[in-house]
Design a protein around this ligand. Structure first.
Ligand SMILES: [Zn+2]
Length: 78
């Protein structure tokens, strides 16, 4: 989305999100850089077919990392 309607700073954020959404990520299952965005928050490995949940525009997000860490801590204390 490129529009002159918005300012430079917001356009930079959009460009960054679009770039993050288009890149391939490393698959946690087969370790190949083949994970592509399928739809909002859904990522699919083009090599082994694994479907992963992730951020809307990138596979790993800051909030996701925190959530994973908290879940791990809870699993340990059980
Ligand atoms: Zn894979």
């Amino acid at each position: 989305m490129r529009s002159q309607k918005f300012g430079a700073s917001i356009r930079k954020l959009v460009d960054k999100a679009i770039a993050a959404k288009r890149t391939s990520y490393e698959c946690p299952k087969c370790f190949k850089v083949k994970v592509k965005r399928k739809s909002n928050g859904v990522w699919e490995c083009r090599s082994c077919g694994a479907v992963l949940s992730g951020g809307a525009y990138s596979l790993r997000t800051e909030a996701g990392e925190i959530s994973a860490r908290v879940t791990k801590e809870y699993a340990k204390s059980e």
